[in-house]
Design a protein around this ligand. Structure first.
Ligand code: AMP
Ligand code: GLY
Length: 426
């Protein structure tokens, strides 16, 4: 069969790379895709508008697509799965009602409260004056979150009351996130180490993948504003086998049973962003899709063919499969355009990817690239994800940075300390 991936970033390149290894996949289409995906032997990008679900449905019918995998959250929240399923297509990703776990923080918090899933204490506000009064009464540190989708940038972890008040004004009065900020959630600040668990779900069964950890801040030492993710590694040693069991029992299982009881069985990837606290795992957020850049370190470790896993999720037969992973760790370093996550330039010529990939344990996933007159140029904030496999974490990190040093474009930025927390644990 042919497979279609929706999206265009590093996550989608990693999905295409993994799906292309399946003997079941003839062609791997990607809408809109990127040059890295186009360069795969089975890869083919198509310039459709992913907001036009009717056009996507026609594309599926006309191109013998037997499975569609949705990368980003926006089309899921807008109901791409609902529409394509009605047309009889197999789609991996939740329906819009279930995607509210990510698209509305207020929905997610109320759901967790009902299900008894551990998370930070919180209050919701529609009125900026009431929100400011709450923050002044409560004190800092405190966390301010725009309710809707804000591309990972709608969260402020405020260490003092002034910063919290400023974040409320920006979201609710100045509307820097548009309507996503008309409603805010104010949360208790959790203390601990973060980890991400991505799990395959088929509506009744949930099967977690190996753990990973993202690095959200733009500068070394976790300084500077939050980004979509500056690098990741897998496994995350903070997720011990005992912690993994608790995560499954206290978080993943109750999500699957709660969503089924609510009449929106959860099918697709459930991404739990966790804080591992001294009281155990607590949910920071749910996402309803593969993480970016976590996918770039989890999929290279997966030994099992992923296409039957996706199909089993669509058919409700996930319990029949065993999914295996390599023990060896994986690390990805995100190379960005200077200035990201704020203003940055596009159109810089990129060189050195082939040299970097001359090491068979390096894969360079494209995130924001474009071809112009046969040359590869930068076309986004996050440009490349340089991914390494190795025997130990130290060796893997060194290998990733060796490859990063072979790749050049003007104004490049990357963090030098990806994996630092895991190294500190020894
Ligand atoms: P989110 O978009 O909800 O994942 O939040 C972005 C980042 O803000 C998270 O990865 C955490 O680093 C931080 N964060 C969010 N909520 C909390 C919280 N309640 N306590 C501490 N840090 C948080
Ligand atoms: N790496 C964070 C995310 O995918 O939301």
């Amino acid at each position: 069969m042919n497979v279609l991936i929706i999206g265009s970033g590093g996550r989608e390149h990693a999905l295409a790379w993994k799906i292309a290894q399946s003997p079941l996949a003839e062609k791997v289409y990607c809408v809109p895709g990127n040059p890295g995906i186009q360069r795969l032997k089975k890869g083919q990008c198509a310039g459709l508008n992913i907001k036009d679900f009717a056009a996507v449905s026609r594309f599926i019918s006309e191109n013998g697509v037997g499975l569609t995998v949705v990368g980003p959250e926006d089309p899921l929240a807008a109901g791409i799965t609902d529409t394509l399923r009605k047309e009889g297509h197999a789609v991996f990703g939740p329906v819009a009602a279930a995607a509210q776990l990510e698209s509305s923080k207020a929905f997610a918090k109320a759901f967790m409260k009902r299900q008894g899933i551990p998370t930070a204490a919180y209050e919701e506000f529609n009125d900026p004056d009431a929100a400011i009064a709450y923050v002044k009464a409560h004190g800092a540190p405190i966390v301010i979150k725009a309710d809707g989708l804000a591309a990972g940038k709608g969260v402020t972890v405020a260490q003092d009351v002034d910063t919290a008040v400023r974040a409320i004004q920006e979201a609710m009065v100045e509307r820097i996130f548009g309507d996503a900020g008309s409603h805010v959630v104010i949360e208790e600040c959790l203390v601990g180490e973060e980890a991400s668990i991505l799990a395959f779900c088929d509506g009744t069964t949930v099967v977690p993948m190996v753990s990973s950890q993202d690095h959200k801040a733009v500068y070394d030492g976790d300084q500077g504003p939050n980004t979509g993710g500056m690098g990741a590694y897998s496994p995350a040693p903070v997720v011990t086998p005992e912690m993994q069991t608790r995560i499954e029992r206290e978080i993943l299982q109750p999500v699957i049973s709660g969503m089924a009881e609510a009449g929106s069985p959860y099918q697709g990837i459930l991404y739990a962003g966790l804080m591992i606290t001294s009281d155990g795992p607590k949910v920071i957020e749910f996402n309803v899709r593969f993480g970016d850049p976590e996918t770039q370190v989890v999929l290279p470790r997966m030994k099992t063919d992923i296409v039957p896993v996706f199909l089993a999720c669509c058919e409700g037969s996930l319990h029949t499969l065993t999914i295996e992973y390599d023990e060896a760790p994986c690390v990805t370093v995100v190379m960005t355009s200077g200035g990201y996550p704020k203003e940055y330039k596009k159109g810089m010529v990129i060189t050195g990817i082939e040299e970097a990939e001359s090491d068979p344990d390096i894969i360079v996933f494209h995130a924001g690239t474009k071809e112009r007159d046969g040359a590869l140029i930068t076309n986004g904030g996050r440009v490349l994800n340089v991914t390494a496999r190795g025997a130990t974490l130290r060796e893997t990190i060194d290998r990733a940075y060796n490859a990063v040093r072979k790749i050049h474009f003007e104004d490049v930025h990357f963090r030098n300390d990806i994996g630092h927390r895991a190294l500190a644990r020894g």
